[in-house]
Design a protein. Structure first.
Lengths: 108, 317
């Protein structure tokens, strides 16, 4: 079996994606993405710029959005609501994880 | 090829109506969709549910499925000879094909000539995988080998699950939940279609000493009572090696002592901190001499650790 070494790309706030890239990689159309921008789900790096770019970590949420839309037949409004609630859950989980890290464990 | 009982997955009768199939799918999808479910086997379950629905919701695919016959789940089987004739006119082996791949390739009740149109490029599928790494691997970076069973097409355009081994470099500073994209390492495309991408989700394994929070790390630091009172210089393990930490006089339990830039490296510059959380521990067995010394200390000390209790009681009364 051939084993090759491959390089990875970060999906984080330090890397950017164009609207076309975000659409091509997530499976959502550009029109769907722009509707979700209107709902505040995705925020372009510079909202006033003519050419919209997004933080690369938006791709994680965009792929989730694409799956939810496909698997639950969601309209954009329902999708925006589901994504808002999911993001809220992720924020709370991150806070919980942070608090857990700060709580001393039991010494044996 | 192994048989999967799609009706059983949905818990419905073989002659269930389209509405019943839809209702069963909706109920199970809500419970097991991996983007919303916390069930431990959600991903695997949803894959099954989705596969069953893709076939049963399409009347022609459902008819083709029903004509395969009835077998036990997991039982090896081959479609009847006339089935192959009806739904696909190019002979191919059913041995290493998955039932879902067979049905994903049926369009409108008829296989696409058994072969994909040679002129239409078909992009490969994206693939997602969790990569479990240790904190040490996150600190130093690591090469991890991934063995994935990817969906791809053979020379005739028939879907197959092919094992793929990759060695991927996980850069240092990948924290829990970090997503990485490996372009072109998903399922292979067909007819010159681009390959899909591989998405990696980093999962940090629990560590015996450190608890990560972003790029910061938390470590419990046990101190003897006299070290906390008198101050001390203690060796503290960090991911970069042992360091000496000065414990100030009068350190209390629960205090966070910060060791700057001893946490995880931030791949875009800088480094998180290590916080040592003081815990004052006492020996469970002490010698007679120690007992005498503690008694001497108790008799000679004016320290009242519960002074604020008295104040609160005073205010309340």
């Amino acid at each position: 079996m051939r084993v090759e070494l491959t390089e990875v790309r970060w999906l984080d706030q330090h890397h950017k994606l164009s609207l076309a890239d975000l659409s091509g990689l997530s499976g959502l159309t550009e029109a769907e993405l722009l509707e979700l921008v209107d709902y505040g789900i995705f925020v372009p790096v510079d909202p006033k710029a003519a050419e919209r770019t997004f933080r690369a970590d938006c791709l994680v949420l965009a792929r989730t959005a694409s799956r939810l839309r496909r698997d639950f037949d969601l309209d954009i409004q329902g999708l925006a609501l589901a994504l808002t609630l999911l993001e809220r859950i992720h924020e709370l989980e991150a806070q919980l994880s942070d608090l857990r890290a700060r709580v001393p464990g039991r010494l044996t | 090829m192994k048989y999967k009982d799609y009706y059983r997955i949905f818990g419905i009768d073989r002659n269930a109506s389209a509405a019943e199939i839809k209702a069963a799918y909706r109920s199970l999808a809500r419970k097991y969709h991996p983007d919303v479910s916390k069930e431990p086997d959600a991903e695997e379950k949803f894959k099954e549910i989705s596969e069953a629905y893709q076939t049963l919701k399409d009347p022609q695919k459902r008819a083709a499925y029903d004509q395969l016959g009835r077998y036990q789940s997991g039982q090896e089987f081959k479609p009847p000879p006339d089935w192959q004739k009806q739904y696909g006119d190019v002979p191919f082996s059913f041995d290493d094909i998955d039932l879902s791949d067979l049905f994903s390739d049926l369009r409108g009740g008829r296989q696409r000539d058994g072969q994909r149109n040679r002129n239409v490029p078909i992009p490969g599928q994206d693939y997602e995988a969790n990569v479990h790494i240790t904190l040490e691997e996150a600190y130093f970076g690591a090469e991890v080998e991934l063995d994935l069973n990817m969906p791809e097409y053979d020379a005739n355009g028939m879907p197959r699950r092919m094992p793929h081994a990759f060695k991927t470099r996980i850069p240092k500073g990948a924290t829990d939940g970090q997503r990485l994209r490996v372009p072109g390492k998903g399922g292979k495309g067909f007819n010159g279609g681009p390959s899909g991408d591989l998405y990696l989700n980093i999962v940090l394994r629990p560590h015996a000493l450190y608890r990560p929070s972003g790029y910061d790390l938390y470590l419990d630091l046990p101190l003897a009572p006299w070290e906390a009172v008198l101050g001390a210089s203690v060796k503290v393990p960090t991911l970069g090696g042992l360091v000496r930490l000065k414990i100030p006089e009068g350190t209390s339990a629960g205090q966070h002592l910060r060791l700057p830039k001893r946490g995880l490296p931030n791949p875009h510059g800088g480094q998180g901190d290590l916080f040592a959380i003081v815990q004052i521990v006492v020996p469970s067995v002490i010698s007679e001499r120690e007992r005498q010394l503690y008694k001497q200390l108790a008799g000679g000390s004016a320290f009242n650790p519960r002074g604020h209790f008295d104040q609160e009681v005073h205010h309340a009364s």
